[in-house]
Design a protein around this ligand. Structure first.
Ligand SMILES: [Zn+2]
Length: 203
C-alpha cells in the first residue's frame, strides 16, 4: 500500500482501474485520463460512456467475414462492386480499415480474430479458421491472400493456413514485400501497405 499517501476516493480509483485495463494505457496514463474526465464537463463523460455502450449494443460480427458491423452481412460482403474471387485473411477488424484505406484491394475479407499462439494458449480452434474453410467450400474463390501480421504468431498462422488451403487448388499469396518483420498491419502506412498488396507473392 502507498503508506503515508492520502487514499484516492473509491470512484476515482475504480475509473483508473478500468482505464488501466485498456491496451496501451499504463497506470500513469489511466490516472491522467481519470483526472481529466473529473475536470471536464459532465457532458463529455456522458458522450464517452454512450459511445462505449453503443458500440457494444449496435455492433455485431458479420456472419460471413466476421468483420465488425452494424448490419449483417457487412457492407463489404453485401457490395456488388467487390471481386468475389478473392478473400484477404486478416487478424483483426481494424486491419480491414487499414487495407481499405489504400483503395487498391477490391476483394472480400475474412477476419480470424486472432493468430495462432501456443505461448498464449491460442490454438487453431480459437480463431475463425473452421468458418473460413466452410466458406471456401460453400463459395470457392481463385485466390486467398494471407494478410496476417508479420510477427511470429502471424507467420505461424499464415503457414498453417497455407497448408490447409493450398491442397484445395486455390492460389495462396502472402502480403510481404515492404512490410518489415514484426509489423502489425493496422500500424503500417498506406504506401507500404499498397506496395505489400500489389507485390504480394505466391506463398
Ligand atoms: Zn462481411
Amino acid at each position: 500500500m502507498n503508506q503515508g499517501l492520502p487514499p484516492t476516493a473509491e470512484p476515482i480509483q475504480k475509473l483508473i482501474q478500468e482505464l488501466n485495463r485498456l491496451p496501451g494505457i499504463g497506470p500513469k496514463s489511466a490516472q491522467r485520463l481519470a483526472y481529466h474526465l473529473l475536470r471536464a464537463p459532465e457532458e463529455q463523460s456522458k458522450l464517452l460512456a454512450d459511445a462505449i455502450l453503443s458500440v457494444k449494443q449496435k455492433i455485431t460480427l458479420c456472419s460471413t467475414c466476421f468483420n465488425a458491423t452494424a448490419s449483417d452481412p457487412c457492407p463489404i460482403c453485401r457490395s456488388e462492386q467487390r471481386d468475389r474471387s478473392k478473400i484477404c485473411i486478416v487478424e483483426q477488424p481494424q486491419d480491414i480499415l487499414a487495407l481499405e484505406h489504400t483503395r487498391v484491394y477490391k476483394g472480400l475479407y475474412h477476419v480470424l480474430h486472432g493468430a495462432i499462439s501456443p505461448t498464449e494458449g491460442v490454438g487453431t480452434d480459437n480463431i475463425r479458421i473452421r468458418e473460413l474453410m466452410q466458406r471456401l467450400q460453400d463459395s470457392p474463390v481463385d485466390e486467398v491472400i494471407l494478410a496476417t501480421n508479420t510477427n511470429l504468431e502471424g507467420e505461424q498462422t499464415a503457414l498453417y493456413l497455407n497448408r490447409l488451403i493450398s491442397p484445395l487448388g486455390i492460389r495462396v499469396t502472402r502480403l510481404a514485400r515492404g512490410l518489415p518483420f514484426g509489423t502489425e498491419l493496422e500500424y503500417a502506412d498506406d504506401v507500404t501497405l499498397t506496395r505489400a498488396i500489389e507485390g504480394r507473392t505466391e506463398f
